[in-house]
Structures are given as C-alpha cells and as structure tokens.
Design a protein around this ligand. Structure first.
Ligand code: NAP
Length: 254
C-alpha cells in the first residue's frame, strides 16, 4: 500500500463557514496548510478579509450571512462563479443562547435553529451540484457538520435550543449521509468539546482549572486536534467513513 497521499487534501477546494474565528478558523488553517484552496465566510467583512490575509496558503474571504436563504444564495453564487467543483464543505458557523428555563424565549429558539440546523441543510442543498461534480468513488466530496459535545452529554449551562440543534444536526448528518453515499458525497459530523473561541471564553484561572479538570485528557482542544479530524474526513483516508459523529473532546462525554 502506498500511503504517501492517504491523508492529503492538496488541490481540493473547501468552504468553511464561520472561518474567520474560533473552530472554523482552526479548520481553515489546517486545510490551507495541507494544500487545499479554502474559502472562508463570515458576516464581519473586515474580520473575514484579515483572516484570509493572515492564514497561510490559498485562502479566500467572502463576507456574508449564511443564516438566511438569501445569504446562502449569494455565497453559493460567488463560489459557483469561481469553481466548477467543491470537494469539502465545513458547516461550522453556529450560535448559542442561554437563559434560565422560565425565561427562555422564542427568539432564542429561532436564531439558534436557523443557523445551527437549517443553514447546514440548505447550504448543502444549494451546493449539491458542485459537491457532486467534485466527488468520485475513490475520492468522495466531504461534508463536515460541526456538532457538539453538548449533544452527547448535557453540560451545566441552560442552552436548550443549542443542545437540541446539535442533537438534530448529528441525526441530520446520518440521514444525508445515507441519501448521498451512492453519489460520492460523504457526510459526517465532528462533535467538539471545549475549544477556546469567541463563543467559549475562559475568564480566569479558576475557570480554567474547572474546565481542564472536567476533561479526561486534562486540557482544552487545540487547532491541531480539530483540524486533524477535518483533514482525515476530507482525505482519501476518510473515504469509507460516512454518517459518523466523531467526538473530538478529550473524553469529555465519557
Ligand atoms: N468553541 C467550542 O468549544 C465549541 C464546542 C462545541 C461546538 N462548537 C461549535 O463550533 C462552531 C464554531 O464555534 P466557535 O466557538 O468557533 O464560534 P465563534 O468563535 O463564535 O466563531 C463563529 C464564527 O462564525 C461566524 N458566524 C456567526 N454567525 C454567522 C452567520 N450568520 N453567517 C456567517 N458566519 C457567521 C463568525 O463570524 P461573524 O460574527 O463575523 O459572522 C465566526 O467566524 C459552532 O457551530 C459551535 O456550536 C464550539
């Protein structure tokens, strides 16, 4: 067996939503370093441009809001104008809302379900022609949905719509994987544990000790941890993996 290209994503074309910060930026950085052409999108145009300029490799920033069908249509139009095929779609942009049960509002459901659940579905739907064009039996196109450890184990925060949206995206991953397997498109989810980001901030040493002591591996996640899982799923090594939820959480859900 020649394993020299087994984990390669060189020359592949990727889109990472929410690629200007946090986990999306970690994955975009890994894919870029591994030789993929990476499109990143997020709402704040300045941050997208500065992330695209500072991440090494072939990284292109596209500003836009993927929480609406209109925003999705605009992004898909921009990618379609530039590329004949897409090999890797990372549905990463997400949001979280927490409030006590008694005051949890309808808006806190709608915003979270729109972005965390409906957006990955419609972005995949609209990008299907490009994903189909990019996949072969040997090298399928790879859709990677970012789920959460919050859907594997209930944590301390009151994030009802978030947990439900992430449980649903894990399950949606499976139904789409079954539907698209014969069309050379794999669909998997990564369920991250605690990665420091704009969404997940460690405010002081006491909180750091508390977080780290809850994780069997004794630390928070690093860019290499989550980028490694994405590169695996997007490479030839991951071609036979579909419908899986890969927990990258240092054992937090055990
Ligand atoms: N961090 C963790 O520990 C953790 C754990 C489990 C799961 N996750 C999941 O990982 C994903 C990323 O989380 P994160 O912690 O990295 O979040 P983050 O630091 O808040 O980054 C979110 C990214 O998404 C972009 N974004 C937000 N809303 C958007 C929209 N409507 N359209 C386009 N882009 C949008 C943001 O840029 P703009 O604000 O400029 O749009 C930013 O680039 C989420 O799905 C989250 O649920 C995170």
């Amino acid at each position: 067996m020649d394993i020299s290209g087994l984990f390669s994503v060189k020359g592949r074309v990727a889109l990472v939503t929410g690629g200007s910060a946090g986990i999306g930026r970690m994955i975009a950085t890994g894919l870029g370093a591994a030789g993929a052409r990476v499109y990143i999108c997020a709402r704040n145009a300045e941050k997208v441009a500065s992330a695209a300029a500072s991440i090494p490799g072939d990284v292109i920033g596209l500003a836009g809001d993927v929480s609406t069908l209109e925003g999705i249509g605009k992004l898909v139009g921009e990618i379609t104008a530039r590329e004949a095929a897409l090999h890797i779609l990372v549905n990463n942009a997400g949001t979280l809302s927490d409030a006590p049960l008694d005051s949890f509002s309808e808006d806190q459901w709608d915003d979270v379900l729109e972005l965390n659940l409906k957006t990955p579905f419609f972005l995949l739907q609209k990008l299907l022609p490009l994903l189909r064009a990019g996949g072969t039996a040997e090298r399928p196109s790879a859709v990677i949905n970012i789920g959460s450890v919050g859907a594997l184990k209930i944590g301390p925060r009151e994030v009802y719509s978030y947990q439900a949206s992430k449980g649903a995206i894990h399950w949606l991953t499976k139904s789409l994987a079954k539907r698209l397997a014969s069309e050379n498109v794999t669909v998997n989810a990564i369920a991250p544990g605690f990665f420091e980001s704009e969404m997940t901030v460690i405010t002081d040493d006491a909180m750091r000790r508390m977080v780290e002591s809850a994780v069997p591996r004794g630390r928070t996640g690093t860019p290499e941890d989550v980028a490694g899982a994405a590169i695996y799923l997007a490479s030839r090594a991951g071609a036979y993996v579909t419908g899986s939820v890969i927990a990258v959480e240092g054992g937090l859900s055990i």
